[in-house]
Design a protein around this ligand. Structure first.
Ligand SMILES: Nc1ncnc2c1ncn2[C@@H]1O[C@H](COP(=O)(O)OP(=O)(O)OP(=O)(O)O)[C@@H](O)[C@H]1O
Length: 211
């Protein structure tokens, strides 16, 4: 049987003398979507940051395609798209300039893919407006445009629907469903119902800790 894409073994994390998770085990396969659930402060963001390599504040093991993640950093990071709480958008730059920055580190992305991503997130007509003049939801859309440009195998998304209106949410659901149907994998946190995205595996941190 082939190795899971990501495997988490006996993960333990404590913050401020409070155990967030202990003995956390799960696997993520190609074409699988895992939704992390839990109350505010249960550790969802912390878990996503650990899985993305942004925090080493844990004990336990994480494997990427069967290899310890610390030894597979290069291939893991090349396959990862992380979308965090902060939109990661520079206010002085316009949407198109922000995406050009992003494209600069991904040589396969050209001007055409930037324009079509901006259109897909509903920002046609706003390409040249400085982001500090855009709304919170529009800035979030600039950040989400990366998902339309990126063919990364693994998407780790922290509350991707925050500040997005109903139409934007429907488009995002279709994007997630398309990604997993093509064999992509997703781990995300959201309080949103994901039933429109196809089969969802839920991982509830409160239940895990018996709270
Ligand atoms: N860098 C840090 N230093 C110390 N404590 C932290 C740090 N980051 C998070 N915590 C603590 O860890 C706990 C979990 O925080 P986290 O942001 O992971 O929760 P969450 O489930 O994502 O919450 P929410 O649903 O409110 O976004 C909180 O009690 C928080 O104060």
């Amino acid at each position: 049987m082939s190795e899971p894409l990501l495997k988490v073994v006996d993960l333990y994390c404590e913050r401020d003398e409070r155990v967030l998770f202990d003995g956390l085990n799960f696997e993520l396969a190609e074409g699988q979507l895992i939704q992390i659930e839990g109350a505010n402060g249960s550790g969802k963001t912390t878990l996503l940051r650990i899985l993305s390599g942004l925090s080493s504040h844990y004990e336990g093991d994480i494997y990427w395609q069967g290899e310890a993640i610390r030894d597979a950093k290069h291939s893991f990071l090349a396959a990862l798209l992380y979308f965090g709480h902060q939109p990661g958008v520079k206010g002085m730059l316009t949407p198109i300039e922000n995406l050009r920055w992003y494209a600069a580190i991904h040589p396969s992305l050209d001007e055409g893919s930037i324009n079509s991503a901006l259109e897909s997130v509903g920002l046609k007509g706003y390409e040249d407006v400085p982001c500090h003049s855009l709304s919170a939801g529009q800035n979030r859309r600039v950040s989400l445009a990366r998902l339309y440009m990126n063919r990364a195998q693994l998407w780790i998304l922290d509350e991707p629907f925050t500040a997005i209106d109903k139409r934007g949410v429907a488009a995002k659901e279709a994007l997630l469903a398309g990604h997993v149907s093509q064999g992509g994998s997703v781990i995300l946190t959201t309080h949103h119902d994901l039933s429109a995205c196809g089969p969802v595996t839920k991982l509830n941190l409160d239940e895990l800790m018996g709270t």
